[in-house]
Design a protein around this ligand. Structure first.
Ligand code: HEC
Ligand code: HEC
Length: 304
């Protein structure tokens, strides 16, 4: 009897906790100086060779941490090759890009800084610049004892890893506030699960935790470009056109969508996902309900 009660209680807890998803935790900033140093560097255009491109140029807070362009533009207006993903909640993703070349925020920060088409930065020059700038110099000395170039990226990564967006209406709903979503949004949530979107978009970031191929169904209708996805890293045939499944947190703000920014409207993405990832056509009213659900994933944008 006790066992039975235990099973019922545990099942109840599991159902309540909805283990497919979890909320964005509120993170405590243990080292405020390091955070402030990382923040200053993140927004500082002097880190780039042209003195005009900061990390924040391509990761704009008001645009959900993305940049609103189909592909990003770096130093001297050079066009990149891929769409900028959100800078928010990235510490919960398995990789720090679309294909899994970088797995840590620190590595990705360094890569963006060094990339000839992003910031084309120079570590020695940047250390000189930091020394010459009173407030940066003070903070750097306080946090690190030595002027090691690697610490630039250590500080930036520390800041970025604290850029989370808690308190979305969906998270409130997950925590038991049944009124946090309206009826249409709840319907969208059910459809998101029932149609199977959830098989790829789940976990704390509603995505970001696995690699999947784009274009499993209706392949003949897909116009491929020369981006071979994760194959570029692994050279394995089965990794052709495989990408990190993107997080859907704050997705209402991060248009245009997909690795190449080819779709501008969220409802068109949902239609395409159903067609090519699930092999189904879903009616417009269901698409609109799913869209309204996705909008409930907008959380608080960091503002300190
Ligand atoms: C010129 C635009 C541009 C600049 C400048 C830039 N980024 Fe990015 N960022 C991107 C693009 C594009 C990607 C996706 C890269 C890929 O998939 O190959 C990205 C990916 C990321 C990611 C991984 C997000 C995810 O979950 O996939 C992080 C973290 C990141 N950038 C941090 C930074 C930091 C820190 C800086 C400054 C040192 C920076 N970026 C500068 C465009 C930029
Ligand atoms: C088999 C895995 C899979 C399934 C199922 C799936 N997706 Fe995706 N989703 C992906 C991948 C991979 C991408 C990136 C595609 C690209 O960039 O070309 C993506 C991209 C997206 C994007 C764009 C995000 C961005 O920031 O660019 C949205 C929105 C989205 N999916 C929603 C959905 C919805 C809604 C469903 C259900 C109708 C769904 N997905 C089903 C794997 C999946």
């Amino acid at each position: 009897m006790i066992k039975l009660i235990l099973v019922i209680v545990i099942s109840f807890i599991i159902v309540l906790a909805d283990p497919l998803f979890s909320i964005i935790p509120k993170l405590k900033i243990e080292n405020k100086d390091k955070y402030n140093l990382g923040k200053k560097l993140f927004f500082d255009q002097n880190l780039s060779s042209s003195k005009s491109v900061a990390c924040a140029n391509c990761h704009i807070f008001e645009l959900g941490g993305a940049d609103g362009n189909r592909v990003s533009y770096g130093v001297y207006g050079k066009a990149g090759i891929i769409n900028s993903p959100s800078i928010f909640n990235t510490k919960f993703n398995i990789a720090q890009d679309w294909v899994g070349e970088c797995t840590t925020v620190k590595d990705r920060s360094k890569m963006a800084f060094l990339s000839k088409i992003e910031m084309a930065g120079d570590v020695k020059e940047t250390l000189k610049y930091i020394k010459s700038n009173k407030s940066l110099n003070n903070l750097f000395q306080k946090v690190y004892n030595d002027f090691n170039g690697d610490n630039i990226f250590d500080a930036i990564a520390y800041y970025v890893e604290h850029l989370t967006t808690p308190n979305s209406r969906f998270d409130k709903f997950l925590q038991g506030d049944t009124k946090a979503l309206n009826e249409n949004e709840k319907k969208g949530y059910r459809l998101f699960k029932d149609y199977g979107c959830v098989s790829c978009h789940n976990g704390v970031n509603i995505g970001g935790n696995l690699y999947q191929k784009f274009g499993i169904f209706n392949k003949d209708e897909i116009k491929r470009d020369d981006n071979l996805g994760r194959y570029q890293i692994t050279k394995k045939e089965y990794d052709k056109y495989v990408l990190k499944v993107p997080s859907l947190r704050n997705v209402s703000k991060t248009a245009p969508y997909m690795y190449n920014g080819r779709i501008t409207k969220l409802k068109d993405v949902i239609k395409e996902m159903a067609k090519h990832q699930l092999g189904i056509d879903i009616p417009l009213k269901d698409i609109l309900s799913i869209e309204s659900f996705l909008k409930t994933l907008d959380g608080d944008i960091p503002n300190d």
